[in-house]
Design a protein around this ligand. Sequence first.
Ligand code: WT7
Length: 640
Amino acid sequence: MKVPYQIQNLEQYHRNYQKSIENPHEFWGDVATHFDWHEPWNSVVNSDFSNAKTTWYEGAKLNITENCIDRHLEERGQQAAIIFEPNDPQKPSQTLTYQELYDRVAEFATVLTNIGIQQGDRVCIYMGMIPELAIAVLACARIGAIHSVIFGGFSAQSIADRVIDAEASCIITCDGAYRGNKEIPLKPVVDQALKLCDTVSEVVVFKHTGSKIEMSPGRDLWWHEQVNEIREAGIPWEDPASVDAEHPLFILYTSGSTGKPKGVVHTTAGYMVWANYTFVNVFQYQSNQVHFCTADIGWITGHSYILYGPLSAGATTLMFEGIPTWPDAGRFWDICQKHSVDILYTAPTAIRSLMVFGDAPLEGKNLSRLKVLGTVGEPINEEAWHWYNEKVGNKNAPVVDTWWQTETGGVMISNLAGITPAKPSYATLPLPGILPALMDENGNLIQGNSVSGNLCIAKPWPGMIRTTYGDHQRCIDTYFSAYQGYYFTGDGCLRDENGFYRITGRVDDVLNVSGHRIGTAEVENAINMNPQVVESAVVGYPHDIKGQGIYAYVILNKEVTDDEAATTLRVQILETVTQVIGPIAKPDRIQFVSGLPKTRSGKIMRRILRKIAEGELQNLGDTTTLLDPLIVDSIIKGKL
Ligand code: WT7
């Protein structure tokens, strides 16, 4: 029996789940028949976790943009594919129908080919949340170029690191972007980045803010001029490339517990199937609904649930350029009302930041269209969950708490809206195909319910990470070595008496600040670049709005004597971090210390620093193994 593409009830969920685990070949073979292929696959899945080698739909050929655009034209050519809501509510919103999206993507794909971009080339994209960002991404995919979107908040140094790692030959950017009452320069940051790396030969610039920028002749090209050029020359639009199922679709850099961010690679067919299947099932998408995911396309959430998931399903996806609190804290609700949003997908941090304003911003807003509410990015506290459910959803719209990661491509553990039960602060049950496993400290599988451990995944799934770009060993070491035969997520997790999963947060040295993933080592490296810093240690602490805040303990080469000097230094350190990573990694608290709690072998005891940052000064545990136990008292005395 064929599996239903969209699960309709609880019983079907259980039946589908069982089938997906028992017979993944048949299950995912059936699901894949819902897409357009140039060539069929020879085998559905082949996997060897010990070498981090997995393929899905091997032998098949396809183009993902045909699945996201072309195949909808007949039925949905005049339906909105993308609604763009600009930062400034006074400016008109824009709509791109599927036909218009087709035209613009096919045309810009031809521009890319015309300037020499070929299949397999890496293209970095550094833009604001405007329709052209979606067009640039899709145009890359159309010609088989590998896109690597860099979040607009990252610094020149971070761009350079990513360009170098990906050996990118082209950057697509815009002059600037609007965020709230600020105008953010983008092209000038790219200019700075390109002083630090030399692989890039073309920079394509879309004019958005109209602010004055410099164009470097021979390297920098105006988007509109390139489009005009192919129009005037009458160059016909390219046919979409026919790529292998396992052709890399994109690289997305993400932080780990060590070193520089790694380039998570997703490939074409498996990612497409996963993004689509999870979108349709988790949100229970119905034809013609408007889907508003508030993430930035610079993160995986935007890739999967602004672009590839909704578009492959023929949905209307809403792109918002601005921020939830400008011009006021009612902005999301205005947008939901104005565009009759059916599905809203946002982050707990956004919910908490809006809760602070109370109910007033919601008053008078018609949110009756909202049918499904989603959250992602970090554990959601019960208070925020209830506020979202009651005030935003009027208890009429199921809340889906979706757990997943950059590496997983799409949602892994979540209730299915209105189909499987919700439980506040629980991601609940795994999606079909996902077999979670909890491990104890000794690497043993924990059986049964009412248990907790480190969360692993025991079987391959279509959207899983394929490699870390340019360094496959790093992929093996990071994800497939801690527990033989399992993918390790880095998250702690509990399974309740009913088998529902609750993610409790990272168990490695990775912070989750406002849903952004930041490695403590990365922040430390950045802080240490300040010439006055000798050493630093960074930990997370509970933060009411951000989920986690960044607490930095810093040793200086010269002690600061007065408050004014300390303030100046703090500002300088924040500037250093902004320059090296970007404003998202700025510590919330910087405490100057004379030493750090280290073991005799020189290892920093972060457990102690974490407890102090959390304000838990009583139970610091065993400090006798420290090289200098007295240092702990002096750190406690200086606690901020
Ligand atoms: C980490 C992944 C997935 C897109 C956004 C973040 C945390 C994510 C949840 C959730 C509890 C969550 C985990 C995970 N996380 N969703 N629903 N409940 N924690 O992607 O930057 O790759 O971060 O975010 O700790 O490992 P990411």
